[in-house]
Design a protein around this ligand. Structure first.
Ligand code: FNR
Length: 777
């Protein structure tokens, strides 16, 4: 007798439930209760009844070992006679049958076999169901066992995709997070594939135009499953309420409620203030943050606090979703369970669809007393602590050193949308309130006798100032009108380039633009590359102009953009100025990024020439790695008159792109580049630039009004902020950002008064500061 066997673990959702169905990320952990599938060929010759050949039986403990016969139709395809109980097993059998023949599997002639299925996920004796994802585990265990049977050794991502295909053949609506966790083991960050795309791919396979091997080789739109390497000291605790719940019914109840509210535009109060899209957006951010906090080799107090805050936020979001859709997610028993844990000092939340089943709590192995007091409270309230741990990482098959897989869609515009959303989420997840941009090393000499009144202080700035030689020359005028050789900004602040290119980005751009309009600060769009490639995305950027019709708006393009496209970008936003961004480090770390920068200088020169003709000033900016005086000189030599040094220390695109890579690998480049302060000082010291200066804007890691004043004193004409404002917007909303900018404007003037400066020019000319060990002026 030949025999092989394979197991697959159950799962528990840690965060991101419901939103995962609509493309947001979720965290799922595999748990150490397994489904095992044995394959053998015992007694096969006897399997023939009434002239019909049977190819094997399927037996399981759950069905009291009653054998179910399976056969093949005339074209060889598998059928289970008269029983629908094994839908996932049948789908897995069909997928692997075809896949094995496509791969010319070594044991392809082993066409007959028996399957024996056993499960530890539910309690077979008492009939208790814990909701650990048995359909997914059965699918994955069958896929794995049959691959072994045919002599195939696929790696973990392949097992995962084969299992996702099989489960999507049975159930259209699932996200597949359970399948991915069951395939990978351990903790994973998961983003669901595009279900419509898979359906059309399965249609192609059915019609013979494609096959499973081709489907496996394709990049699956949106699909992402990435291992989270969680500290060994982290302890997952699981409590069972005693009442089973149907995830499928709960998810479809939420879906139909969301659909009907969209169709009928029902306007309940809550629908106005909190929409399903808000739920998904906020869930994404919360999950990314939680994933970051979990991914620490040793858990410090601050990480535990973050985990606790993320759990509380995810729970609150689910409660809002519950109110929005009328679906009971957190039952009274689940509330009891969670509150018992929180009372014992352990963060907890529902897991999965809720409605019963289990809730989870997370702490460290060192918190024995808290764990004990939580468990005894659970027991007092009729909640059963389950003896469950996170399952080992699965690592079988060829090429399976890592089970990280990431698939980005083939269509460029969709993949850009995904990337834009990932940038927003990751920039926020990596936000650090204490940026290290060097500003703290700049300390002003105090002025005990300021000799000014706050009312006299004017923080307005003139930007894009034209040199006299240009003003009367024929070639260039970097201003709106010949009578006005510069633009007057009431405030030295501007909202720097961030986003555009997706629905979420459009919403953020609209909010930023309204705040810019109300505070009078200038604003830049994110890179318009997406809209230049696909005009349908232009509204996600032009909303900046429609929400801020009279404001100072800067369009943003990459240094590789052609001059004509740069002009189109200006047109899309009716922009007052153009930013051209330099981001070589980001592109190189970005898996799908550019690799050829030979034409940048030439391109920029052409862009500058075209913009001069329509009198649109150009500022060339970095994106978080800073600029040296040498860079600025090279740009000046091709006619660039303004640069934004955008230095290291704030938002970091090397680490953002590194997090998007399936295997990371560039952690050591995290400190690449010059800080904003280093860049400003390098430029200040450059004799060649003193003789023929370029206008300098500063950004990168600006976190306080004091940083703004420091940058102005170090020679900046104006100061840009991206990550700090994004963080406020994403966490506290539009009104909070409005208030923050108003506060910064006022406090900038207050600090100027403290230094005895009535104007930004005074800041440059009259202040003294200590920088590291040298005195500067
Ligand atoms: C950015 N930044 C940016 N810059 C640019 O020129 N084009 C772009 O499309 C983007 N996109 C983008 C997205 C997000 C989410 C963030 C946070 C930032 C870079 C930005 O303009 C700025 O140069 C750096 O972020 C450094 O400033 P902060 O964030 O440290 O204030």
């Amino acid at each position: 007798m030949t025999q092989v066997q394979a197991s697959a673990p159950g799962k528990l959702y840690i965060a991101g439930e419901y939103a995962v169905v609509d493309g947001s990320a979720a965290i799922v952990a595999a748990v150490n209760r397994y489904v095992t599938v044995k394959v053998d060929d015992e007694n096969l010759p006897a399997l023939s009844q009434e002239g019909r050949k049977y190819y094997g039986v399927i037996v399981s403990e759950k069905e009291n070992y009653k054998p179910i016969f399976w056969t093949r139709s005339s074209d060889g395809s598998i059928e289970i006679l008269g029983d629908e109980k094994y839908a996932y097993v049948l789908a897995a059998m069909r997928v692997i049958d075809s896949y094995a023949s496509e791969c010319f599997a070594p044991n392809m002639d082993h066409k007959s076999y028996n399957l024996h299925i056993s499960s530890e996920l539910d309690d077979a004796k008492s009939g208790r169901k814990y909701g650990l994802g048995s359909s997914a585990a059965i699918t994955v265990a069958t896929v794995r066992a049959l691959c072994k049977w045919y002599g195939l050794k696929p790696d973990v991502p392949t097992i995962c995709k084969l299992s996702l295909i099989a489960s999507s053949m049975v159930k259209r609506s699932g996200s597949g997070g359970d399948v991915a966790a069951s395939s990978c083991g351990g903790w994973i960050l998961y983003r669901a594939y595009d279900r419509e795309w898979i359906e059309s791919e399965l249609g192609l396979i059915k019609s013979g135009e494609s096959d499973f091997s081709k489907l496996l080789r394709k990049k699956w739109p949106r699909l992402e499953f990435k291992r989270i390497n969680v500290s060994k000291t982290l302890k997952l605790l699981v409590g069972w309420t005693g009442s089973p719940a149907s995830s499928a019914q709960l998810v479809s109840s939420v879906e139909s409620s969301v659909e009907s509210s969209v169709e009928s535009s029902v306007s309940s109060e809550i629908a106005h203030s909190f929409t399903y899209q808000d739920f998904c957006d906020q869930s994404e951010v919360c999950v990314q943050k939680l994933a970051q906090s979990l991914e620490k080799s040793s858990l410090k107090e601050s990480e535990l606090n973050n985990i606790s805050a993320c759990f509380a936020q995810n729970r609150e979001l689910l409660q809002k979703l519950s109110a929005l859709t009328g679906t009971i997610i957190e039952t009274p028993k689940l509330t009891r369970l969670i509150e018992d844990a929180i009372f014992a000092g352990i963060p907890a939340k529902t897991s999965g669809a809720g409605g019963g089943d289990c809730a989870i709590a997370l702490t460290t192995i060192y918190e024995k007393n808290r764990i004990e007091s939580m468990k005894s409270a659970w027991e007092n309230h009729g909640i059963m602590p389950l003896n469950i741990e996170v399952a080992q990482i699965v690592d079988d098959g060829e090429n399976s050193e890592t089970c990280v897989a990431k698939a980005l869609e083939n269509q460029p515009s969709k993949s850009i949308q995904n990337r834009k959303d990932a940038h927003l989420a990751l920039a926020d997840a990596q936000y650090n309130p204490r940026a290290n941009s060097g500003f703290d090393s700049v300390r002003f000499m105090p002025n005990a006798l300021p000799q000014v009144a706050l009312d006299e202080v004017d923080s307005s700035v003139r930007v894009f100032v034209q040199k006299e030689s240009d003003a009367d020359g024929t070639s260039a005028s970097a201003c709106s009108a010949s009578a006005n050789p510069a633009f007057l900004w009431r405030s030295p602040l501007y909202i720097n380039a961030m986003t555009g290119g997706s629905a979420n980005a459009q919403k953020i751009n609209a909010q930023l633009a309204r705040v810019a309009a109300k505070t009078g600060v200038a604003i830049a769009s994110g890179s318009l590359s997406a809209a230049l490639q696909n005009n349908a995305l232009s509204a996600t950027f032009s909303v900046i102009r429609s929400e801020n019709p009279r404001g100072f708006v800067m369009a943003n393009v990459s240094a590789g953009t052609s001059a004509s496209d740069a002009m189109r970008a200006v047109g899309m936003l009716q922009a007052n100025a153009l930013q051209v961004h330099l981001n070589a480090a980001q592109e190189l770390v970005m898996p799908e990024g550019d690799r050829d920068f030979r034409n940048w200088l030439k391109n920029i020169e052409q862009i500058v020439r075209s913009c001069e003709r329509v009198r649109v000033p150009v500022v060339v900016k970095e994106t978080g790695c800073g600029m040296t005086a040498r860079d600025v000189l090279r740009l000046r030599n091709i006619g660039v008159r303004a640069v934004d040094v955008s230095g290291r220390g704030g938002t970091n695109f090397v680490t953002i792109e590194n997090a998007r890579r399936s295997r990371g690998g560039y952690d050591y480049l995290a400190d690449w580049g010059l800080t904003t302060v280093e860049s400003l000082i390098d430029i200040q010291k450059c004799e060649a630039l003193k003789a023929n200066p370029v206008e300098i804007f500063a950004s990168g890691g600006v976190r306080t009004p004091l940083d703004v004043v420091r940058a102005l004193a170090l020679g900046a004409s104006a100061v840009g902020v991206a990550g700090e404002f994004l963080h406020t917007l994403m966490h506290e909303g539009e009104d909070a950002l409005l208030q923050q900018i108003l506060d910064w404007q006022e406090q900038t003037r207050v600090i100027m008064a403290l230094l005895g400066c009535k104007s930004v020019a005074d800041l440059r000319d009259k202040t003294e500061f200590v920088h590291s060990d040298c005195l500067g002026k």
